[in-house]
Write a protein that binds this ligand. Structure first.
Ligand code: BF8
Length: 656
C-alpha cells in the first residue's frame, strides 16, 4: 500500500490551487481523498463482488504467517480461492482497459472511414506517406488508386479486427518473428479485439474459469489485443488523418490560461473534436464574436491525453494533467471544459457549480448529470466545434471577480513519433535507429525506459514520475514518455534539450547534445504507447541488440498509475517481453501465488514480468538492474566500463 504522503503535490501551481479551492470552500479530489480512504481489501484484490452471494472478502492475514488450514478457509462462499479472486479481478481490469482503448480505436476507424468516403468532409488524409506504408503493410493494393480509395480499404480491413473471430490480429506481424512465435507457443496471440475482451468477461463470470494461471493467460491475450490491436489501430489512423507528430515547442501548466481571453479546455482522449476545435478556435468570425463579449480572443488549452493529441500535432498548450482537471476550474477563468471519454472526474460538475464554468459532454457514451450535452458529429465536425466555442464565448460575461491564474508555465518539446525519432537519428535520407542502437552498444546510452501512466491522489502528485525519470537519465537511460507521466516531467523542465546537460549522465547527455533532443522524449497520449512497441521493434530490426523485444536493454514503469487502462498497458508490455514496474499499490497482493506468477513466472513465459515498488528510486534501480542484465546477455556490458569520455570519443560522436 502507498505510504501516507506528506505533501499533496510537488507542483507549486497545484499546491496554490488546492489552497484556493480550500479558501473558496470547494471540494476537489485532494480534499475528497482525505475523507474517503481506499478499501484495503479491494486494493489487494481480495474482494469478490461478481455474484449476489457476496461480496466475499478474503484478505491476506496481516502480521503473521498463514497456516495451511487458515489458507483453506480463506475462500468466497462458492469456494473461490484467494488466487481465483485476485486473478479474476486483475483480468477484469485488463478487460476494462483493453475495452477503453479498443473502443477509442473503433471510433477512430469510423471517423477515418467517413472521411475516406467523403461523408466527413472536414477530415482529410494528412499523412499520405503513412497511408501508403500502412496499405503496403496490410497488403492493400495501391496502384493508381486515389488516397481515399486506399483509405476505404484500410478502414474496412481494420474495422474487422474488432469483431474477428479467428486467426490473429494483423498488426502482430509487425513484431519481431521470435516474439510472434512466443505468442503462438503460449497460445496468447489475440484473435479479435472485442472477442478477447468478451471472453475475459465471460471467464471471470461466476463459476467459469477458476484456474488463476489460465485467467492470467487470457489477461495476456486481451492486453495484447489492446497494445497490438486497439491502441495501435488508433495511433496509426489518427496519424494518417490528423498528421504524424513532429517536434513542436509548447508550454504546460495552469499559467497557460489567459486572464483576458475566453478559456476553453478540451479534456478526454479521442482527438476528432479536439482537432476541429484547434482548427476553428482562431476563426476570424469566432474571434470577433469573442471580442463582442468583451474578451480579447479565444484561448484553447488541453487536459489529460486529449491535450497530448493536440499538443503533438498543433502545439496547443497543456493546462495540466489528471489531478489538475478540477483545479483548472478553481482558477475561475475557464468558460467551458469540453470532455469526451475517459479520465473525466465526475467531481468536475460539482466544482464547476461553484464557478461559472460550463461542463460540456460531447459523446453519447459519456454523459454526466448536471453537465450540458452537445453531441459531436464527425459528419458535421466544424459545425459541432463552432457551436461549442460559441457556448464558451457566451459564458465569458458570467466570469466573476474570483479569478486567480497562477503565473507559472514551463516550456517543453513534444512530438516524438516513431517516424520522427527515425529521421532525427538517421536523417531524412537514411532514416534508421542505427545511431541509437550503436550508442546503446557502445554504452553511451545504457538502455531505454518507458515511463508512462497516470497521477494518483494516494501519492504525492507528480513526485514519483519526476524522481524516477531523473534517476534514470542520470544513469544514462533514455526515457520515452506518454500520458500524464510526460506532463509531470514537462512541468519539471525535463522535456527540453537543456535538461540533458543539467540532469543526464555524461553518455546520454553527449548523445542528446549531438542529436539535439531532450533526454526525455514525449511520444503522445496513452493510446500512443503503441509507438513505444513500434520503436522497440525498429530497434530489434536494426540489429545488434538481439532478435526479440525481450533482448533489448529496456524497461517500463507507471509509478503513479490509477486507471484500468494502465494495467492493460502494463500487461501488454510484459507480454511483449518487457520488465514493467508499477508504484502506488499492487492489486493482487491478496494472493501470493498470483503475485509470484506475475512477478516471476511470467518471465519464463513471455520474457517480461511485472514488479511492484512504490519508492521511485528503488523502482528506477530495478529497471536499471534489468537493463544491465540484458546488456550482459547481449555481451555489451563491458562497453560501459570504458565509457569515460576522452576528447577523441567526443569528436567521433559529434561527427556521427
Ligand atoms: O489515458 S495517463 S490519467 S489521461 S489513464 Fe488518464 Fe492515466 Fe492520464 Fe490519458 Ni492514460
Amino acid at each position: 500500500m502507498a505510504e501516507e504522503k506528506e505533501t499533496k503535490s510537488i507542483d507549486q501551481v497545484t499546491v496554490e490551487m488546492i489552497e484556493k479551492a480550500a479558501q473558496d470552500g470547494v471540494r476537489v479530489v485532494f480534499s475528497r481523498a482525505e475523507t474517503t480512504k481506499p478499501c484495503p481489501i479491494g486494493a489487494e484484490g481480495s474482494c469478490c463482488s461478481i455474484c449476489a452471494m457476496g461480496p466475499c472478502r478474503v484478505p491476506l492475514p496481516k502480521g503473521k504467517e498463514e497456516t495451511p488450514e487458515e489458507k483453506k478457509k480463506r475462500t468466497g462462499v462458492c469456494g473461490a480461492t484467494a488466487e481465483t479472486i485476485a486473478a479474476r479481478n486483475f483480468l477484469r481490469k485488463i478487460a476494462a482497459g483493453a475495452a477503453a482503448h479498443g473502443d477509442h480505436g473503433r471510433r477512430v476507424v469510423e471517423a477515418f472511414l467517413l472521411a475516406a468516403r467523403g461523408e466527413a468532409p472536414e477530415f482529410q488524409i494528412k499523412d499520405e506517406q503513412k497511408l501508403l506504408q500502412l496499405a503496403l503493410d496490410l497488403g492493400i493494393d495501391i496502384g493508381d488508386r486515389s488516397n481515399n480509395e486506399i483509405a476505404v480499404d484500410i478502414g474496412e480491413t481494420l474495422i474487422k479486427e474488432f469483431g474477428k473471430q479467428e486467426g490473429e490480429l494483423l498488426f502482430l506481424k509487425r513484431a519481431p518473428l521470435k516474439r510472434q512465435e512466443i505468442w503462438r507457443q503460449q497460445g496468447v496471440a489475440p484473435r479479435g479485439i472485442d472477442r478477447e475482451v468478451v471472453e475475459a468477461m465471460h471467464r471471470t463470470h461466476m463459476g467459469v474459469d477458476q484456474d488463476y494461471q489460465n485467467l492470467l493467460k487470457q489477461g495476456a491475450r486481451a492486453a495484447l489485443a489492446d497494445g497490438w490491436g486497439g491502441s495501435m489501430i488508433a495511433t496509426e489512423l489518427q496519424d494518417i488523418l490528423f498528421g504524424t507528430p513532429a517536434p513542436v515547442y509548447s508550454q504546460i501548466n495552469l499559467g497557460v490560461l489567459k486572464p483576458d481571453e475566453v478559456n476553453l479546455i478540451i479534456h478526454g482522449h479521442e482527438p476528432q473534436l479536439a482537432e476541429m476545435l484547434a482548427v476553428v478556435a482562431q476563426d476570424a468570425e469566432l474571434v470577433a464574436y469573442a471580442k463582442s463579449k468583451g474578451a480579447k480572443g479565444i484561448n484553447l488549452a488541453g487536459m489529460c491525453c486529449t491535450a497530448n493529441e493536440i499538443l503533438m500535432r498543433h502545439g496547443v498548450p497543456i493546462a495540466g494533467n489528471f489531478l489538475q482537471q478540477e483545479l483548472a476550474i478553481v482558477t475561475g477563468a475557464v468558460e467551458a471544459m469540453v470532455v469526451d471519454v475517459q479520465c473525466i472526474m465526475q467531481g468536475l460538475v460539482d466544482v464547476a457549480s461553484c464557478f461559472h464554468t460550463k461542463i460540456i459532454t460531447t459523446d453519447h457514451r459519456a454523459k454526466m448529470e448536471g453537465a450540458t450535452h452537445m453531441e459531436f458529429d464527425d459528419r458535421h465536425a466544424t459545425e459541432s466545434a463552432r457551436a461549442i466555442i460559441r457556448a464558451a464565448i457566451d459564458n465569458f460575461p458570467n466570469r466573476s471577480q474570483n479569478v486567480r491564474i497562477p503565473d507559472n508555465r514551463t516550456g517543453l518539446i513534444a512530438g516524438f513519433s516513431h517516424e520522427t525519432i527515425n529521421y532525427l537519428l538517421g536523417g531524412v535520407f537514411r532514416a534508421s535507429y542505427r545511431p541509437l542502437n550503436d550508442n546503446i552498444i557502445n554504452g553511451r546510452i545504457r538502455g531505454v525506459a518507458g515511463v508512462v501512466g497516470c497521477n494518483n491522489v494516494r501519492v504525492t502528485h507528480d513526485n514519483a514520475h519526476v524522481i524516477m525519470v531523473k534517476e534514470l537519465i542520470k544513469n544514462d537511460v533514455l526515457v520515452l514518455q506518454t500520458g500524464c507521466a510526460a506532463m509531470a516531467c514537462a512541468k519539471a523542465g525535463l522535456l527540453v534539450p537543456e535538461a540533458a546537460a543539467q540532469y543526464a549522465g555524461e553518455g546520454l547527455a553527449s548523445v542528446c547534445e549531438a542529436v539535439g533532443i531532450p533526454p526525455v522524449l514525449h511520444l503522445g497520449a496513452c493510446i500512443d504507447n503503441s509507438r513505444i512497441l513500434i520503436a522497440a521493434t525498429a530497434m530489434v530490426k536494426d540489429g545488434g541488440l538481439g532478435d526479440d523485444l525481450s533482448d533489448l536493454p529496456a524497461a517500463g514503469a507507471a509509478p503513479e498509475w490509477m486507471s484500468e487502462k494502465a494495467i492493460s498497458i502494463g500487461q501488454y508490455f510484459v507480454s511483449s517481453g518487457v520488465f514493467t514496474v508499477f508504484g502506488v499499490n499492487w492489486p493482487t497482493l491478496g494472493s501470493k501465488k498470483v503475485t509470484d506468477f506475475l512477478f516471476k513466472d511470467m518471465e519464463d513465459l513471455y520474457g517480461g514480468m511485472w514488479a511492484f515498488e512504490p519508492d521511485p528510486i528503488k523502482a528506477a534501480k530495478l529497471m536499471i538492474e534489468q537493463i544491465d542484465k540484458k546488456r550482459k546477455a547481449l555481451g555489451i556490458d563491458k562497453a560501459r566500463e570504458r565509457v569515460l569520455y576522452d576528447m577523441e570519443m567526443r569528436r567521433e560522436l559529434e561527427a556521427a
